[in-house]
Design a binder for this molecule. Structure first.
Ligand SMILES: [Zn+2]
Length: 555
């Protein structure tokens, strides 16, 4: 036989000896660079491995994540004190194991509130961990092995210097200080960042919550009841989240400039409804949370950290194909939630160049590429009419200067953007309302208002809790006249009520035991209540809304 080779020679190549081999033959500077690069890759290796086991989890492609990862690698390479590296590696490993377990269990990256909740209900958590432990055990080597390799690689650097230690501490402390300065509770994990980014921020957010003595309010659990209704075989439910729309500047609502000629035409049809509504928040991010999750309370920390009432989840459970198509950046998905229940996700970040060129017409381009099924649940998320208003037009739009010459340039610019928005909305409605068979529901609601001189203020970004910032238009077209009737019966519908009605179309009742009759909220810029909120009471008989004082639970 010709196979009498010494078996010891052809053993599977030893990983460590191959790394040694590479380092022996490269020059010191190149070697250091290779080490930094290798450690950077090792830091995100758990994300890559975890994504192989969890289809819903996607590895970040956001290069902004490198702002944290590269300095961290440099720190590990140069830090001369091994025990300090061991300390940081152990801490990060621990956080990452909790992070991946959270993603696997809840489908979302861990937030400071969630961590706070887990530690305050340790007994329940441990009980649950005992139940599911075996399914989660692979997470431990997924995290530990790459991090041990980081320690090994860092040991390969000969020339060490104290600045490595300084960098390590600076990376951590800068995250902590920054979060403390911007008030940590505003931090919600960005599902599109590397997990380590969110893990470290959540860790600091958690301590800041403790330092600021934050108490979780004891709300009762929402119940989701399957109504077992017959959902039509063919049905399209489309929710268009508008941006910064002031209904007082729409001719549909009687504005003197004809800023919405197309919508006025649509309004002549019997299947069309438009009304003044009330938004759930004064800013985009929190509004997304309430719009897409049928949550009422502005400080219901537990409900906002779960997907149980998420509209994508409910739709998916009833066999809908689900779409989130947005010309805003994908960080808003952290608030929208239910990512593992969305079949098609396309945001501005999917093709930033194209989106910047086409602006909201990007949405049509993406829509035209989609394959729809019999049942579709679609959220379209607009960027128009966000400021700067003159930059809101797609590249081919020619009518961007139709209104001019008033004594207020901001109003002129805003009205021109409104005219463009009218064209966009009309096209979006026409994309879906031509359906011959089956039911269609097209709902357009702004996320919040844009002040155009009310109280002497402009815009929405100032963060003041002004009731006017929540005055929004709600426009609906549907061939289900009963549904239109139900919405018509609501006096000044809120995001929450609309979301509950959509859940109804999806075959579910969202039963919220915390509801008070006719009481609703307008959240500040944080959807967990840390930036205050307005409580309001609708009086449908007198057709009035009474707003209470601003509430700030931290004061
Ligand atoms: Zn907005």
């Amino acid at each position: 036989m010709g196979f009498d080779i010494d078996i010891r020679v052809i053993q599977f190549p030893n990983l460590f000896s191959s790394i040694n081999f590479v380092f022996m033959y490269v020059r010191p500077l190149q070697k250091t660079l290779i080490l930094i690069l290798t450690i950077s890759v090792l830091i995100i290796t758990p994300d890559i491995i975890f994504s192989l086991f969890n289809k819903a989890f996607k590895v970040s492609h956001d290069i902004k994540g490198l702002i944290l990862i590269i300095p961290l690698s440099i720190g590990f390479v140069f830090n001369p004190y091994r025990w300090i590296s061991v300390f940081f590696i152990s801490l990060i490993s621990f956080l990452q194991i909790i992070q991946f377990s959270h993603i696997k269990y809840f489908g979302t990256q861990i937030s400071p509130y969630s961590l706070h909740l887990m530690t305050s209900e340790m007994e329940d958590v441990l009980l649950e961990v005992g139940n599911v432990f075996l399914n989660y055990i692979y997470i431990i080597p997924t995290v530990i092995i790459p991090f041990l390799l980081i320690l090994y690689c860092a040991g390969k650097q000969r020339r060490k210097a104290a600045f490595g230690t300084v960098i390590l501490f600076s990376v951590f402390m800068s995250v902590g200080i920054r979060l403390y300065a911007i008030s940590a509770p505003r931090f919600t994990p960005n599902e599109f960042r590397f997990t380590i980014d969110n893990s470290i921020k959540t860790f600091f957010g958690y301590w800041i919550i403790l330092l600021k003595n934050y108490q979780v309010k004891g709300y009762k659990k929402y119940e989701i009841i399957d109504l077992k209704t017959n959902i039509p075989e063919k049905i399209n439910i489309v929710y268009i989240i508008g941006e910064s729309v002031n209904y007082k500047h729409m001719s549909l609502f009687g504005y003197e400039r004809n800023t919405t000629p197309n919508l006025r035409n649509l309004a002549k049809e019997s299947n069309f409804l438009y009304t003044q509504g009330i938004s759930s928040a004064i800013a985009t991010l929190p509004a997304c949370k309430f719009i897409a999750n049928a949550i009422c309370e502005p400080d219901n920390v537990i409900q906002t950290s779960m997907d149980t009432t998420n509209l994508f989840k409910l739709a998916k459970q009833k066999g809908f194909k689900t779409f989130y198509i947005s010309s805003q950046s994908d960080h808003l998905l952290s608030a929208i939630g239910g990512i593992s229940y969305i079949d098609i996700i396309v945001t501005k970040d999917s093709n930033t160049l194209k989106c910047n060129e086409l602006m909201d017409e990007y949405l049509f381009e993406i829509l035209s590429l989609q394959k729809f099924e019999d049942r579709n649940f679609i959220i379209l998320h607009q960027r128009c009419i966000h400021s700067p208003y003159t930059k809101t037009f797609g590249k081919d739009y020619k009518n961007g200067n139709a209104f001019k010459g008033s004594n207020n340039k901001i109003v002129d610019e805003y009205d021109n953007a409104m005219l463009y928005n009218d064209y966009l909305i009309y096209r979006m409605f026409n994309f879906f309302n031509k359906q011959k068979e089956g039911k269609f529901y097209i709902i357009w609601a702004s996320d919040h208002n844009e002040l155009m001189g009310e109280n002497g203020l402009y815009g929405h970004g100032h963060g003041y809790l002004l009731p006017e910032t929540a005055d929004i238009p709600i426009v609906i077209q549907s061939n289900d006249l009963d549904f239109l009737g139900r919405i018509r019966d609501l006096f000044r519908p809120t995001h929450y009520e609309i979301a509950k009605h959509i859940a109804g179309l999806l075959g579910y009742e969202v039963k919220n035991p915390n509801e008070e009759k006719d009481v609703f909220y307008i959240s500040g810029v944080d959807y967990n209540g840390k930036c205050g909120y307005i409580r309001l009471r609708k009086d449908p008989v007198a057709q009035k809304v009474k707003y209470s004082e601003d509430k700030d639970p931290t004061s």
